[in-house]
Design a binder for this molecule. Structure first.
Ligand SMILES: [Zn+2]
Length: 139
């Protein structure tokens, strides 16, 4: 992937135990142990953006950074698709909302979605769903 690559992604996380986290403007949120998926997009450098999510050590910038830097959270995988259509991010969030339970207002400072973070009941089924929907994955 080159620097100019734009796209959308779903980042899959495992919350290792029931936990409470402070997430910027959202305040304290409660997360129960289990799998979650977060939807985001990058207007350039898609691969670098995704790789950044896998790093524990970074400056907090987005809501998701509060999760990815927590010791109670493990990053499992990311599925992605190249696209130049900005609207695809919220469309993807809507698709995933049917597969999980929304963590209200998470990751939605710039849009009117319910959420961009979802608790998943069954990660293995969800993984196949994402593979069909997006195609590519990391690692
Ligand atoms: Zn949205």
């Amino acid at each position: 992937m080159g620097e100019e690559v734009k796209g959308v992604y779903a980042l899959n996380l495992e919350v290792l135990k029931d936990t409470k986290l402070r997430v910027g403007s959202l305040g304290i949120i409660s997360l129960k142990k289990g799998n979650y998926s977060y939807v985001g997009s990058a207007l350039n450098n898609l691969e670098k953006r995704i790789e950044r999510h896998f790093r524990k050590n970074k400056k907090i910038h987005w809501h998701i950074d509060y999760l990815t830097t927590s010791n109670d959270v493990k990053i499992i995988s990311a599925f992605y698709k190249e696209t130049i259509n900005k609207e695809e991010e919220c469309k993807l969030a809507e698709e995933i909302s049917r597969q999980g339970i929304a963590v209200k207002r998470f990751g939605c400072t710039d849009c009117s979605c319910d959420s961009h973070l979802f608790y998943l009941k069954d990660y293995s089924i969800f993984k196949n769903f994402l593979r069909n929907l997006l195609g590519f994955s990391l690692p």
